[in-house]
Structure formats: C-alpha cells, structure tokens
Design a protein around this ligand. Structure first.
Ligand code: DLL
Length: 438
C-alpha cells in the first residue's frame, strides 16, 4: 500500500524529517508548559517548589526536570481542579470511571474539540478510511470518549456517520446490510461478537459492504485481529488513546506497519521510561509511555503516566509517514499479576492460547488465595470444531492447555474448558481478569 493509495491528511508534518518534527514538537511543548504553569495552581506550586520556571525548559533533556503527573492528581482534584480555563469556555465534559474510586473528569474548549477532530481525521486516513465511507458507531455515546470523539472526527473527514451506538447486536448487522456500512467502530472484542452473531443468523460477511474496522479502547491481540479479519473479511485496524490526554486519536495503525501505530506527534509529546525507576529509556526499549498533550487548553497535563507498556521507534514507515510508531499496547504496568513471586501478564496467556488450535480468544482468569497460596484459574472457551462429548478428548485438550501455560508462565494454572459462546460478551471493554485476593 503506498502513500498515494491513501492520502495523508497533513503531509507537511506527517512526512517531515525527524529534525523538523522534533523542532516543531518542542516549540509546542514549551508553549504548553507555559500555558499550564500560568493557569493551573497545581502545576505552578509543583514548579515553584522545585525552583523551576517554564523558561528553564530549553532543550529536550530539560523535560526530565518536569515532575510526572499521575492519575491520582485528577482524582484528588475532582472534578475541575486541573482545569486551565474558566468553565464557561468548556464546551464538553467526558469522564472515565476506571475500576476504583471517583471517576476522572476532563473538559474540552472549542479549540480542543477541533484538535481532537484533526487527530481522528488523521488516524482514520491512516486506516484507509476515506470521505464518503459509511461509518457505523458501535461505541456508546456518553461520558466515554470513544463515541463522540470518533463520531465528530469521522464526520469531519466527510464520512456518513451512522450513530447506532453500543448494543442491540442484531440491529447492527441489519444496519450494516441495509445502509451499506463500510467502516465499523467498536472495541475489537465487540466486533468479534457482532461477527459471531451475524454468522449464527446466516449473514455472509464475505458479501457484506464492510471494509475497515476502526477498533480500539482495549488491546487487540494478534489472534483476535486475525479472527476478525478472516471471518468478517475486513481490514482490522487498531487505534489507541486515553481519556486523560484526549480520548481516541493519540495513535493509529496505518496499512503498512500493521503491528504498530503512528503517534500524532504534532499533538502529543511522547517519552518511554522505566516504570520502576522512571528513568528515560533508549529508543526502541519497552517501557511505560508518558504523554504530554501539546495543544490542550482546558485540561493540560504534563508528563502523564499512562501505565501502558510499549516501545517507540522513529524510523520512517513504508506508508510515507515519518511520525514515530508505538508497538500495540498489550499490557499495562498495573495489569501485572504477581503469582507466588512470578510476574504474569494476561497477554502471555493470550499468546499461549493463540498457539493452540481449538482454543478460542475468549477466556476468564480468576486469581484467588486458597490456603494462603495464590491460585490461577482459567476458564477457556473451546472452538466449536474441537468441542465434543468425548470426556477423554476434552480432558486431553485441557491437559495440553494447562501444560503449555505452565511452560510459558512458570506458574501452574487450573484450566476449565467451557462451551463455545458461554463466556459473557460485552459491548465495551472486555475484562479478562478477576483478582479476588484482598
Ligand atoms: O479507551 C479511549 C479510546 C476509545 C481509544 C476508543 C480508542 C478507541 P479510556 O477509557 O480512558 O480511553 O481507556 C484508556 O485503554 O490507557 C489503554 O490501557 C487502553 N487502550 C485504549 N486503546 C487501546 C488500544 C479509551 N488500541 C486505556 N490497545 C489506555 C490497547 C488500549 N489498549
């Protein structure tokens, strides 16, 4: 796929030299630091305590002097404590509930909404979405950033938006058929569910008008991606973002570099640090992604700790873009389970299951303490072609899965096989792990 085949929204920036990108980005960073210092007492107090002034940020190395922002800063100042503009300039609120405590609330000025639209337009073009595409929304329209954020960006690009929203899966399939939908917007797990329901209804995906999946909001492991692509006959693309710094539109997959996502470097300054020491890591190392939005008016955040683990490279891409690419986020530093001293990530389990024919992408992992010991219990949905009434065959398969997991994780896992389609499907983000330890 060439750059000509799919136009690039802003080639002056997206195809600029590394030096040009760095220079443009750093200038915006300096302006954003000054904006934030002048308007947000939280940041001014932190800078003053360190004797730091925005003017001290003269070169990239100086960025290390700026303290990180943690999610707690948003919780502790809930709802408006980090806002940098009077509330009458805020035209939209969104929130993210997270798993514990108060939600975090973010605001957008008119200009923030414009910038967001720009990021979504650029991201959608990377994925091969073009004006005139018919884009069907399967994210909810609500406090979650996915629905409205992607909606306005795609409309801005000239797509015909179909605001179906989350839920009512059969209606989604009917709309795809009746309205000639070409782009589906969802979490990848909900997309697979739409696919399965369609198959059960006898819908022939190979004849459907659907061409591109714009998926995001949760990790899309390779097996999930290949299942969706082969069963729905579409190109499955993955985009990344988080409420705190904007929502979707931070980075997106192009049609050449399919395992990575281009970061919108004209809107986000990125760093990768060691999640334990918080020291910067050399380019190409896996670490925690730190993001500073560069043009945020309503709620600017400096050096936000995403907790997402990835690797970023700045090598130019075959699609013609020169913007940095991050690896798909497979896990977060706070997803890591410590089981009897061994670190286990759910993504390791997904990789093992992906290598076992007959194991589906649907699983649940429960962690609990039994007699003082941590135990992992995996319920795994078996694909219909291996599901049989023969107890011996099922037991053989169960043992195989348990052995492969033990080999890869170095921790024993109790495996329970469950019938196809028995694990609950969700319309939003799938929660694979339940940690019942205190
Ligand atoms: O999930 C924003 C979004 C909506 C992105 C729709 C893409 C599409 P939050 O609810 O605040 O925002 O969750 C952000 O979800 O820190 C990641 O851990 C995870 N995440 C989001 N997109 C991806 C992705 C939205 N493509 C958190 N791959 C982030 C892996 C993702 N993880």
């Amino acid at each position: 796929m060439t750059a000509q085949a799919h136009p690039i929204l802003n080639p002056q920036f997206e195809c600029a030299s590394r030096e040009e990108i760095n220079a443009a980005q750093f200038k915006l960073l300096q302006e954003q630091v000054a904006w934030t210092y002048e308007r947000v007492p939280f940041y001014r107090e932190r800078f003053d305590a360190l004797g730091l002034k925005p003017g001290d940020i003269k070169a990239r190395e100086d960025v290390n002097k700026i303290p990180f922002t943690e999610k707690n800063a948003l919780r502790d100042t809930y709802p408006y404590g980090l806002f940098a503009v009077p509330l009458d300039q805020v035209v939209r609120l969104h929130a993210s509930s997270g798993t514990t405590g108060k939600p975090i609330v973010v605001g957008y000025t008119k200009q923030d909404i414009e910038e967001w639209r720009y990021c979504i337009m650029a991201m959608a073009q990377m994925a091969g979405v073009v004006p005139g595409d018919r884009a069907q929304m399967a994210f909810g329209y609500g406090m979650f950033t996915g629905g409205f954020g992607l909606h306005y960006g795609l409309e801005g690009l000239g797509c015909m938006m179909i605001p179906a929203a989350a839920g009512n899966t059969e209606r989604h399939i009917m709309m795809i058929e009746d309205y000639g939908t070409t782009v589906l917007i969802a979490t990848p797990s909900y997309a697979l569910h739409i696919c399965e329901v369609g198959e059960k209804l006898g819908y022939d995906w190979s004849k459907s008008s659907l061409r591109v999946g714009l998926f995001g909001g949760e990790p899309c492991p390779p097996k999930l991606k290949s299942e969706i692509e082969s069963r729905m006959h579409i190109i499955c693309t993955d985009n990344y973002g988080l409420t705190e710094v904007m929502g979707p539109g931070v980075s997106g997959e192009c049609l050449v570099s399919r395992d990575q996502q281009h970061i919108m470097e004209d809107r986000f300054y990125w760093e990768v640090v060691d999640p334990d020491t918080l020291e910067p890591l050399p380019e190409g190392s896996v670490g925690e992604l730190i993001l500073t939005p560069l043009k945020k008016q309503a709620i600017p955040l400096l050096r936000y700790r995403t907790r997402d683990l990835t690797r970023v490279i700045t090598e130019p891409c075959g699609c013609g873009r020169t913007t940095a690419r991050m690896d798909k986020v497979r896990h977060r530093s706070d997803d890591m389970l410590i089981i009897r001293g061994t670190n286990v990530y759910p993504s390791q389990i997904e990789d093992v299951l992906a290598g076992i024919p007959g194991a589906s992408a649907y699983y649940r992992l429960v962690v609990e303490t039994v007699d003082g010991l941590d135990r992992l219990q995996l319920s795994l949905e078996v694909e219909p072609q291996v599901f049989t009434d023969s107890l011996a065959e099922m037991e053989g398969f169960r043992r195989l899965v348990a052995e492969k997991l033990k080999g890869a994780l170095q921790v024993g896992v109790t495996v329970k096989l469950v019938e196809p389609a028995s694990i609950e499907r969700v319309m939003g983000k799938t929660k694979h792990v339940e940690d019942l330890r205190g």
